[in-house]
Every structure is written in C-alpha cells, then in structure tokens.
Design a protein around this ligand. Sequence first.
Ligand code: NAP
Length: 339
Amino acid sequence: MAEINRQIHLVSRPTGEASADNFRLVEQPLGTPGEGQVLVRHHFLSLDPYMRGRMNDAKSYAQPQELDKVMQGGTVGVVVASKHPDYKPGDNVVGFGGWQEYSIVDAGMPGSLRKVDTSRVPLSAYLGAVGMPGVTAWYGLMKICEPKAGQTIVVSAASGAVGSAVGQLAKTRGCRAVGIAGGTDKCEYVTRELGFDACIDYKAHKDPKSLYQALKEATPDGVDGNFENVGGPILDAVLARMNTFGRIALCGMISGYDGQPIPLQQPQLILVSRLRIEGFIVGEHPEVRSEAMKELGMLVGTGKLKYRETIASGIESAPEAFLGLLKGRNFGKQLVKLV
Ligand SMILES: NC(=O)c1ccc[n+]([C@@H]2O[C@H](COP(=O)([O-])OP(=O)(O)OC[C@H]3O[C@@H](n4cnc5c(N)ncnc54)[C@H](OP(=O)(O)O)[C@@H]3O)[C@@H](O)[C@H]2O)c1
C-alpha cells in the first residue's frame, strides 16, 4: 500500500469561470484508521456540476467548500483496513471521500459509508445511474413532473448523468421523451442508444425562434413535464411549449453557474399556463432513496437503463476533467479513475 495519499485542494475561489489555478495537488502521509474507522482506497471519484457552486463563498443550500482542504465529492472504492465491525478489507463501498486517493471514514456516522453489491451493477455506476444522479432523475421526474402515459416529458442536458436517466425512466412510464443536448453526436446517442423519441441540438439553434420551432416540431402535443437542468434560452423555449397545468422540476441551471444572469424572458407564462415549478435538492429527499435505488438497480442490472461514462485517469486529472464537465466536454457521467 502507498505511504502517500494524493489529494486535490481548493486553494482559491473563482471570479467568473473556474480555472485550473483554483486547485492544487497535495501529497499527505497516509494515516491509519482508529477505533470505529475504515481506510478506503478510492477506485472512482465523481465529478458533478454542483461542485462549481460550492467553490464560491456565497449563500446557498450547501456550505461552501473550505479553502486549502480536500475538494469534497462522492467516491466508490474498496476497504483496505477496518477497525469497524461492519466492514472488512475487500468490501465495495460508496462514500463521500472527496478528491483524494484514500479516505479514513468514521464508519458509524450515518450516511458516511455504504456497502454495495457489484455482482449486477458495476462499482462506478453507484456514482451515476444507480447513485446520486440516478436518484435525482427519479425524484424530479416521479415526484414533480408526475409522468403519465401518453404525456410528453422534455429534459435538458439529456445525454448527461441525470438527463439520460430522466428520459429512459419517462419511457418506462409510457411517455414521449424529448431531449435537448449539445451536438449531433450527443443527440444521436440520446435517440438511437437511449430510445428517446426526439432530441434537439441546441447548438444548431442559436436563435431563440429557431430553437422554439425545433422544439415545437418535436413536441406536437405540447409539453406536460419539463426536467430542467440548464436554464437560460433553453428554459425559455420549453416554457413557451408547456401545456396548461404542466410541471417543471427545476433540477439545475448550469448555464448560469459562472454567475451570469439568466433571466426568464416570459415569466407570465407561468401564470397563463398555470404551471407548477419546483426546485429540489436530491439530498433532502432520503424518503425516496430506497424505492428509487431499487428501480434504478433493477433497470441497470437488466440492461434496460443504459448509461455512458467519460473517465479521466489519475487524481491529477480531476481539475481539468471538472472544468471540461462545466463546458460540456463530458459525454455521460464524468468520473476519475484512480486504480
Ligand atoms: N438538484 C439536485 O439535487 C441535483 C443533483 C444532481 C445534479 N443536478 C443538476 O443536474 C444537471 C445535470 O447534472 P449531471 O451531473 O447530469 O451533469 P451532466 O449532464 O453529465 O454534465 C453537464 C452537462 O451540462 C451541459 N451544459 C453545460 N453548460 C451548458 C450550457 N451553458 N448550456 C446548455 N448545456 C450546458 C453539457 O451538456 P451539453 O453538451 O449537452 O451542453 C454538460 O455535459 C446540472 O445542472 C446539475 O447541477 C442537480
């Protein structure tokens, strides 16, 4: 076992776009677990858009990431040493170990560590389709969009970790699933591989009228549920296609994560169409976790829920891979492989 634990720290806060200078690779001696603790070797770490928000020292639903500390984030790995009776070396675990090669975890703390079964679901999928992004898709779709057979569901960032699951889950409920994604490759994947009914390449429709027209053609019966991941002109176009009493799950607004304003062009449509718009944070809904995980695990295990991963290699690659994720350079779930 290595004597050194390599970590990525946040060392400064971005003004505008985040950059590689905001991060630093740090080497620390590897500790040993005390009573009740477990040493985990991380195999994959998860890179997620919400981390951009935590880089700012601003009021939000989550505490900002502390400077000169390991970047926080989800991890999957294998127990290498344990002083907790419920864990033994070789156990596959999901945790929140952060951007580092190893973590020492107080395994008795609720939510700190969970053993997972990799016989049908690969370890990395517990950070994606059968992990936080999958549960996010499940919650926003089932509890806010409330899909019914024959209805139309639209999702933006459709080829990504969350969006890809939203459309496929909507199909299992008998809905028409329409994605919005950047580029022909992503749109072809969304329709041909994932089975969405249509996908709009927003990069080919830079003019709002053209985007609206493309969406109109893809949603001949209007939109009943919108799973919003992006905001800005994409949300404007979908708002204008919403049916009366439609539902919008406001999951993310990645087009504004660098702090630029993304005002709604026609907020009056919320009233005119009597829309329900609800923002949500998946971590605040532990009540759906087991039901969602059961369905997602079954669908992935039987090959009915497909997903794609973009995998960067080595802890030193995490900052660039993260910056790429914010620019859409990922194709599916963005991970860093550490072993
Ligand atoms: N509320 C919650 O609890 C919760 C939990 C998890 C995730 N989220 C949110 O869900 C969304 C998707 O997350 P994810 O993990 O699945 O990421 P992802 O979709 O795998 O990756 C992010 C994607 O966003 C798209 N994007 C980036 N900038 C954009 C822009 N300016 N305009 C349009 N699209 C842009 C890119 O796809 P294209 O190439 O298609 O543009 C990029 O690949 C994010 O907004 C995230 O913050 C929320």
